[in-house]
Write a protein that binds this ligand. Structure first.
Ligand SMILES: C[S@@+](CC[C@H](N)C(=O)[O-])C[C@H]1O[C@@H](n2cnc3c(N)ncnc32)[C@H](O)[C@@H]1O
Length: 342
């Protein structure tokens, strides 16, 4: 298969997803009726196609992306990624938890932690998460620029940093801060170190619930797209660890999903967890993260909406009306009280 054919396969899978979001989802909303519930959504004639296409297009996408990556730099990447890099702190003794390794997250074959090729495939797939509109750092930059107060930070910790896409915008905005990305997967951290070489970012292989970073050492802890991938007890552990690592007065900013109150949209989000191999995602909506923050000693915890196509962080939990399917992004924000013990 030549490059044109490979590109066409990716474009085809992406076009299917756009069709799913832009046509099938509005059709589902229309057919579910004026006062929809779970039963009326499932009874809608378009529902079987809606459900089938979500999973099938995602599988197609991974296959197309894998082929494209294999044909480009993956073969030569192993050595480059495996080389130690400045700021890269891997832990060969770290035991990855079974809840993490048992799931092929997002249906990516084999997950993102076995080999360096997995990280490259994940990176290519991540460009397509927002229907092809996330191939630069715009989404993550919007979060950094609108959800984090404009003040100096000395140490910023990005939990579940992946290949550094969420970490880099913090270093860009606060170049004098020490910026640390934490992740379980060695391959994604090696890729992160490669992609952000020369920026002085530290990458630490650790569980976000047990980072090994000193208590009270950070003035900002963030996590982007992490908590919906965690079982509820691990969410509690991660929030407790964030509170431990934060210095008094420090801030927590988490970007993830939150129910909107719209029955069809919220059901589609919950079922996305099943269809996209994200088994812990539905559990997030039964988890009281605000109470977990309070238990961890964090104050003023709240969720606010995040409009990734507009202003970014909003002051409310109302999202702008949109006919098409979109993820209801939201920011969980909290702070460690000034009078807390470090
Ligand atoms: C959806 S990705 C998001 C990556 C990055 N924050 C971004 O926005 O591009 C979730 C990341 O969290 C990592 N992860 C999942 N559970 C973790 C845990 N308990 N501790 C540290 N990292 C974790 C995964 O390996 C993956 O790289």
């Amino acid at each position: 298969m030549n490059d044109v054919a490979r590109r066409a396969r990716v474009d085809f899978a992406l076009a299917l997803r756009r069709q799913w979001a832009g046509s099938l989802y509005p059709a589902l909303v229309g057919q579910a009726g004026a006062d929809p519930d779970r039963a009326s959504v499932h009874a809608a004639p378009v529902y079987p196609w809606f459900a089938w296409l979500e999973r099938s297009a995602q599988k197609m996408l991974w296959r197309a992306v894998e082929e494209a990556v294999d044909a480009t730099d993956a073969a030569g990447a192993e050595d480059a990624l495996s080389a130690s890099a400045p700021g890269l702190e891997l832990n060969p003794d770290l035991r990855l938890p079974a809840w993490y390794t048992d799931v092929d997250i997002h249906i990516q074959p084999g997950g993102i932690w076995r080999a360096d090729r997995d990280a490259l495939v994940y990176e290519a797939g991540a460009k397509l998460v927002m229907l092809g509109e996330n191939d630069d750092y715009a989404f993550h930059t919007l979060f950094t620029d609108t959800a984090v107060p404009d003040r100096p930070y000395e140490r910023i910790v990005d939990l579940g940093c992946g290949f550094g896409k969420s970490t880099r915008p913090f270093k860009r905005r606060w170049p004098d801060a020490e910026v640390i990305g934490v992740d379980l997967s060695a391959p994604v951290l090696r890729l992160a170190a490669r992609r952000t070489a020369g920026l002085g970012i530290r990458y630490v292989q650790a569980d976000a619930a047990d980072t090994g970073l000193p208590a009270g050492s950070a003035d900002l802890v963030t996590a982007t797209m992490l908590v919906h991938e965690l079982p509820p007890p691990v969410i509690a552990g991660v929030l407790a660890e964030a509170a431990r690592v934060l210095a008094p007065g420090g801030l927590l900013r988490v970007l993830d999903f939150h129910p909107t109150g719209d029955v069809v949209r919220d059901l589609a989000l919950v079922e996305h967890g099943d269809r996209n191999n994200e088994p812990y995602l539905p559990m997030l909506f039964g988890t009281d993260c605000l109470a977990l923050c309070a238990d961890a000693g964090l104050a003023d915890a709240r969720w606010v909406a995040f409009d990734e196509r507009g202003a970014g962080r909003l002051e409310t939990t109302r999202w702008p009306d949109r006919a098409e399917w979109h993820f209801p992004w939201a920011v969980l924000e909290a702070r460690k009280p000034e009078d807390a013990r470090a």
